[in-house]
Design a protein around this ligand. Structure first.
Ligand SMILES: C[S@@+](CC[C@H](N)C(=O)[O-])C[C@H]1O[C@@H](n2cnc3c(N)ncnc32)[C@H](O)[C@@H]1O
Length: 151
């Protein structure tokens, strides 16, 4: 059976367009970073500002992927010392953007994090250690060493 080019060409164009949109959405999703609809900053229950859940979060869920800038300890001083994370080497420090920089400390945290090399650069990935209710303050542990160097 012979199929008319007037049928084939529009079909090929439509299929190509749908495939292009799907690939674009997939790549945009993979590369996206630094946006969270799960976190808001508000008055902390322990100190100044803190991070709070906007929705119920399940154990293991990623809460936010924070874009981060790795610098050396020589770039960091004053109050900024209290806002940066340790980096990939002894002298490296991570300046974390998004909401990630404003989480307060708890020795019984509901959040933990790991560092990841994302497509667009280094990220700090925050995830839930347990189920978290809407409105709970979010804490990670700064670690004993962090507090030991500040008392
Ligand atoms: C990364 S900041 C957290 C955001 C900070 N609360 C703010 O308002 O900018 C770290 C600072 O918050 C305070 N902080 C964090 N967790 C705390 C806690 N559990 N108890 C008392 N102060 C805390 C300490 O002053 C620490 O130097």
């Amino acid at each position: 059976m012979e199929v008319s080019p007037f049928v084939i060409i529009p079909v090929v164009l439509v299929v190509g367009m749908i495939a292009g949109i799907a690939i674009g959405l997939f790549l945009a999703k993979r590369a996206s970073t630094g946006k969270s609809d799960l976190v808001m900053i508000g008055a902390s229950t322990v100190s100044g500002r803190g991070a709070f859940s906007l929705k119920a979060i399940h154990e293991g869920d990623i809460i936010e992927r924070c874009p981060a800038l790795e610098v050396t300890d020589q770039d960091i001083g004053g109050e900024l010392l209290n806002y940066v994370f340790y980096g990939s080497t002894e002298n490296a420090r991570l300046v974390v953007m998004g909401n990630g920089m404003l989480f307060n400390h708890s020795s019984t945290p509901n959040v933990a994090y790991y560092r990841e090399q994302g497509e667009l650069g280094v990220e700090l990935v925050l995830y839930a250690l347990r189920n978290i209710r809407k409105g709970e303050e979010l804490f990670y542990s700064y670690g004993e060493e962090w507090w030991a160097t500040r008392v």
